[in-house]
Design a protein around this ligand. Sequence first.
Ligand SMILES: [Zn+2]
Length: 457
Amino acid sequence: MVTVALYGLEVDDWNALEREVVDLFTALLRVDTTNPPGNETACALVLQDYLAGNGIASTLVGESPQRQNLVARLDGARPGPTLTYMGHMDVVPADAGEWSVPPFAGVVKNAYVWGCGATDMKNQVAAEAVALARLKRSGADFAGTVKYAATVDEEVGDHCGVRWLCRNEPDTLRSEYLVNEGMGGLWLQVGGQKVFLLAAAEKAFAQFRIRTRGRGGHASVPEKERSAVIDLARAVVALGLYDPPAIVSPLTAQFIDAVVTEAGLRARLKDPGTARAAGADLRRLDAELASLVEPLLGATFTPTMLDAGKAVNVIPTRAEASIDCRILPEMTAAGTAELVAAVLDPLGIDWELEWIDSTTPNASPAPTALSESIARVVRGDFPDAVLAPMCSGSFTDSRWVRERFPDCIAYGFAPYVAESFHAMRGGRDHEPDERIRVEDVTYQALFFERLARELLA
Ligand SMILES: [Zn+2]
């Protein structure tokens, strides 16, 4: 008799795992946790039921009754370090008219699980919970502790979720190692190898408004010399098309080595003097890969909102644009303001900058015991796999944990195995028809179980 094994499991065991993961995952997707308002407590109660059914006690903690975080811990048989599995339960708004299935129905169709939160990130929340349950059922024969946190308010507020936990219930997240979301786990085929992204650092945002001033008056008498609107338009075009001087950090150079196969292009990308032009070449060759590399070469300036005038026949005296700016861990908000001045001062317009909000960039080192354990587990199934530590272009709740616990190693990682980064066209977060292969979310549960065993051996 031939025994077929899937990722080291007998078929029956894989099928049982798949059922368990999909049941919990679809139950989570069926709770509408659109933020705002969130209403994550209903989702936390589904998790609490599931964990209780597996003999794991959990606690709801939070600022308001509708927005409770769920935290749990599983102590191993021997003393050792603590590994926290974290994930947020809230999702961004979905426009049902743009979806081919109802976004909150938890549909399983064509080998995919569909729903708002399918990749961002109820998949990981479910997979991590199933991993915890499997560890418990097998006797928790590891060293140290696995903590679990299903959190609220990541997508918009950042108020009553991880930041709140770090301030008010720090013990729930205190740990040596933490795994969360953030690009990590997506993979690219590079040469003959699977290269898995590992999100070790994150860009921060430094969002600001540009305000221009000019002479007002009747629109029948055009004001071309000192028009707030025309000057703002010039500022928006200049900033929106601006590529600041490239910075190639050691982490980014290492990442370029891991994902760019062509030697000449690789060398030009790593040289700050040629990196911008090489980025444009990469975009023509492989737009998805460029979307990973180009944002890591410096600050980005994206104009997103414009505001001027109250009536079509009145020239306004002021106009403003909001700019979403993302900066590298090597940069500061003050340095960013200097870049803006270098772009806008030569225009000879009357402008001022007002900060909207900014965060501090942060990073965890790599390699560490955690990244080495991740690599060993993935290589158990893909012997040639390579882990590529990188700086993620967007930010996650990991920043609150790194700020509160500077010694904690926090990475974004949840491995996809069936569908590649390119097949997913760079990922499906925040998109209509957000979906994940059943095989991928099932593997993620197996991975989180094996990672705990490997790291806490
Ligand atoms: Zn997310």
